[in-house]
Design a protein around this ligand. Structure first.
Ligand code: HEM
Length: 265
């Protein structure tokens, strides 16, 4: 999650930087699904299932004992559930969960999912985030994920006996709070940075030109393979010269029904 948010926030340096970072990941080619399943999907699914088992056996009691630690205990469980729902929505929104033509065509696309195309990273992610409702869902989801991680590290240190004395626990809680605030800053940079990169038709066209230039170059040098499923459809003529922002936002479903698969291919 930390790596993911840092990569996303690299858009602050321009769409070209974000595109290059995404392509560095997609350079893994056929290995990418293996890496994603090993390091992302299986660990998250394991954590979700195990988390729900823990929640089922939990006994929140902040009403009886209104201590900060008790609120944190309850919040840790609440944010875990919000994070699980958010990650499911988010992977559907960007990837559509699984790569199956009928699923993508008849279910995912009508519902506004599978919007991300790795070879047009900023423009497709940015268009997917023009919708204010999605921005609110992302803001809530990211906040829950960051709290869950920062507070989770703190409680992990207690469970594993890394910080045992009250003083050490206090110091650790300062560090975890600072880490959480830093992650929130990075997340906000990612969310609003990606969104703002394509919030006018002129910016959208510039970003798309830049992305296409980088991808062509990397294909020519053999860094990445040509793959139409990872490309967005060409922009509508009207967005190139003087169309409204609304027109650009409507350009949100980037073509290719047979888009990506759940593992990002
Ligand atoms: C600013 C907020 C975020 C933005 C803009 C964002 C953007 C994206 C994008 C563009 C993708 C597709 C990446 C690709 O295929 O190369 C993606 C995938 C994913 N994101 Fe996020 N993300 C955000 C926050 C989060 C958070 C907080 C989590 C929580 C763990 C998360 C978990 C995931 C997962 C599990 C995937 C699927 C990974 C894959 O297909 O390999 N994201 N995200």
């Amino acid at each position: 999650m930390v790596v993911h948010l840092i990569v996303n926030s690299s858009v602050i340096n321009g769409a070209a930087t974000f595109q290059n970072n995404v392509l560095n990941i997609h350079k893994l080619g056929a290995l990418l699904p293996l890496v994603e399943w090993t390091f992302i999907f299986i660990p998250i699914l394991f954590h979700m299932i195990f988390g729900f088992v823990i929640i089922a056996g939990g006994m929140p009691n902040p009403h009886n004992y209104p201590y900060a630690a008790n609120y944190r205990y309850t919040l840790q469980r609440a944010t875990g559930m919000i994070a699980a729902v958010f990650i499911a929505i988010h992977v559907f929104h960007m990837h559509g969960w699984i790569h199956n033509e009928s699923w993508l065509h008849y279910v995912v696309e009508p519902l506004g999912g599978a919007q991300f195309r790795a070879y047009n990273a900023t423009s497709t992610a940015g268009l997917a985030l023009q919708n204010v409702v999605m921005v609110v869902i992302y803001a809530i989801g990211i906040t829950a994920c960051v709290y869950h991680l920062a507070n989770g590290i703190w409680t992990m240190g207690i469970t594993w006996g890394v910080w045992t004395s009250p003083q050490a626990q206090r110091r650790a809680s300062y560090v975890c709070t600072a880490f959480g605030l830093l992650m929130m800053l990075i997340s906000a940079t990612a969310l609003f940075g990606i969104r703002a990169s394509v919030d006018t038709p002129a910016k959208l066209q510039d970003v798309r030109n830049e992305e296409d230039r980088i991808v062509e170059l990397k294909i020519a040098t053999g860094d990445i393979q040509a793959n139409p499923h990872k490309e967005a459809a060409p922009l509508d003529e009207s967005t190139e010269d003087g169309a409204t922002e609304d027109d650009a936002a409507e350009e949100k479903s980037p073509a290719e029904p047979a888009a990506t698969n759940a593992a990002g291919n």
